[in-house]
Ligand binder design. Structure first.
Ligand code: FAD
Length: 480
């Protein structure tokens, strides 16, 4: 009898534990993807991740076709769709890989109970994480809230190897159930803002593997030194592939381990060690979301609930930030990179997040929502961690009083100005020494670089904004 293989955020064929188990059953395998917006709770996919999903599903279907199989696509309530498919195909089992978002966990629990009640074999597997959140606790039996002890503890535990999927065709059912065309899910934008995405990305498992290879060959060894320079491709850019499960952390681990085969030294160099610990931050993010499910909207540190946010009349400040019109080049470059490519370098994410929360004193939740809609790697666990970290109200967060100075950050991490010149072309002609603070350039230089009406003056003054932020923070602690 057939097994339904329910694809979710595990859009790959290799290292897929649910697929492996489905094949091991021996019967026909029916791969299914269900577009179920309501099942995501308050966090239905944003515009950029929908773009990615469309192309990832196309890629998955193509790889399945090379295995004599195909992807059945449906839309609607997951439980109902599965139940209809079971009736239509006579399937006796449904297998899937686990996800960790609170609303999805709740939904999946109900689906599993309903399937079991209907005498259907329902099994879930782990393909997304090295260490699942419910398996990790500190000596007091509590979740970890600080990264270093968390990761040190994880690294003492056994790690499952990547699952190898055998070569050859997957057994197909005598008759395929009906399927929607992927385009019918209407995931692609109707207004064409996605042109830059096509240049930047190749969604799908093949694209993910190519990206991993490129990173290991060209950038991993120097990762510790180059990961903070947004003007070069010094990081892996695997995040959207990770989010959709086109690649899994076990595979990444194995690829790095393979480099240690001869020397026996693991990790093989400093760069790979730092890189793997960033993969550890991804695990930590899922650990936190699982144990603190309120954190996508509420600060983990409760005292921050009373934070005196600034009033943003007409939403003008938020808009300036979203559009990359704050007058601070490193901030604006980041926001425009995000808009054009669906991605932003991590260093710049920290700078723009700090700017929103501390310089503009706007709620971090507004930033998280904008990122949710515009990032191709928008991930509830990682986005929540990133914003709470930046706002100083999360686990192991940057202290609130450490305020990134955008000019200094720009000069330090984009000293040659490559990044700013790419994304803020209207000031590209400014000499390096004024590039990160165009308003300090003398009139004749501004005239020469033609930045008069083109590029805005800073929306807030750094020194004043810094004082206001510190005062707001002090009021929170009650010692103003
Ligand atoms: P690499 O440097 O090559 O790192 C490898 C992998 O490790 C990444 O693909 C990612 O999965 C993980 N990783 C790296 N840094 C972090 C981190 N700080 N926290 C958690 N995981 C990390 N990442 C997302 O994947 N989705 C998000 O929605 C997201 N939102 C963020 C919001 C803010 C405000 C901040 C400051 C960070 C956010 N991050 C998010 C984390 C980080 O910026 C990205 O994971 C990283 O820039 C992706 O680029 P990369 O794949 O080249 O990373």
């Amino acid at each position: 009898s057939p097994v339904i293989l329910w694809f979710r955020q595990d859009l790959r064929l290799q290292d897929n534990a649910a697929l492996h188990a489905a094949l091991a059953r021996g019967g026909p395998v029916i791969p299914v993807y269900i577009w179920d917006e309501a099942g995501e709770g308050d966090w239905t996919a944003g515009g950029a991740t929908k773009w990615w999903l469309h192309h990832s599903l196309v890629a998955l279907d193509a790889s399945l076709q090379t295995r004599g199989s195909r992807l059945i696509v449906a839309s609607g309530d997951s439980g109902e769709v599965l139940s209809d498919l079971i009736t239509e195909t006579g399937a006796e089992a449904v297998y899937w890989n686990r996800r960790y978002e609170p609303a999805v966990i709740a939904r999946d629990k109900i689906i599993k109970a309903d399937l079991i009640a209907a005498k259907i074999e329902a099994k879930s597997f782990n393909s997304a994480l090295l260490f699942e959140p419910h398996t990790i606790q500190n000596k007091q039996g509590k979740p970890f809230q600080v990264f270093t002890p968390y990761w040190r503890h994880c690294l003492t535990l056994p790690m499952a190897p990547a699952v190898v999927i055998r070569k050859g065709d997957f057994p197909a059912p005598a008759e395929w159930p009906a399927s929607l065309e992927i385009s019918k899910l209407k995931l692609l934008p109707t207004i064409k803002w996605d042109g830059g995405f096509y240049e930047a990305w190749t969604p799908g498992e093949t694209g993910a593997q190519a990206q991993l290879k490129r990173f290991i060959a060209k950038a991993m060894e120097a990762y510790s030194d180059q990961r903070n320079t947004p003007g070069i491709e010094g990081t892996s850019r695997l995040s959207p592939h990770f989010h959709f499960g086109e690649i899994g952390p076990r595979q990444v681990w194995a690829a790095v381990q393979a480099l240690s085969k001869d020397s026996g030294v693991f990790p093989p160099n400093k760069g790979s060690q730092t890189f793997l610990s960033e993969v550890g931050w991804r695990e930590f993010a899922h650990h936190l979301l699982f144990h603190f499910p309120q954190t996508p909207t509420e600060p983990l540190r409760e005292d921050f609930k009373k934070f005196p946010w600034a009033k943003d009349k007409d939403g003008a400040l938020l808009r300036a930030w979203q559009r990359g019109q704050t007058g601070y080049p490193i901030v604006d470059a980041g926001m425009r990179e995000l808009w054009h490519t669906g991605w932003m370098h991590n260093r710049v994410r920290m700078v723009v997040a700090s700017f929103l929360v501390k310089h503009l004193r706007l709620p971090w939740q507004h930033g998280a929502e904008w990122f949710w809609d515009t990032l191709v790697d928008a991930d509830l666990a990682q986005n929540t961690l990133g914003w709470q970290w930046s706002a100083g109200c999360g686990a192991d967060a940057a202290p609130y009083f450490r305020i990134f100075a955008p000019v200094t950050q720009g000069e330090r991490f984009d000293g040659s100005g490559e990044y700013v010149r790419q994304w803020v072309p209207e000031i590209a002609k400014l000499p390096d020494k004024f590039l990160h603070a165009p308003w300090t350039a003398p009139e004749n230089v501004r005239e020469y670089a033609k930045i008069g009406g083109n590029y805005p003056d800073p929306v807030v003054d750094h020194a004043q904004a810094r004082e206001a932020a510190l005062a707001a923070f002090k009021s929170l602690r009650g010692d103003s």
